[in-house]
Design a protein around this ligand. Structure first.
Ligand code: FES
Length: 87
């Protein structure tokens, strides 16, 4: 089974349009780590749609958030050495 990878150790702060739908990267392979760029191709992982509630969204890149796609603080304690490891 394919596992998500830790794409980053801090959340991505994105300018988002309230009410607009975005696709959250769940695989950790996207070049930007936060939003899907199609890099999940070849895995069984799929992006997760979410609708922005704010003009600035704090999006999880570590793939450990219990509140994904939003950051829950679960990235605390990770280091650069964790990037690319299984989340
Ligand atoms: S970046 Fe994943 S919980 Fe904060």
């Amino acid at each position: 089974m394919e596992k998500a990878l830790i794409a980053g150790i801090v959340p991505a702060k994105l300018d988002t349009e309230v009410g607009k739908k975005y696709m959250y990267c769940t695989c950790g392979r996207s070049k930007n780590g936060a939003l899907c760029d199609g890099s999940h191709a070849g895995t069984k992982l799929r992006p997760r749609a979410f609708t922005a509630q704010r003009e600035r969204s704090v999006i999880c890149t570590c793939k450990k958030s219990a509140e994904a796609p939003f950051c829950s603080g679960s990235h605390r304690g990770l280091s650069k050495a964790d990037i690319g490891k299984i989340a």
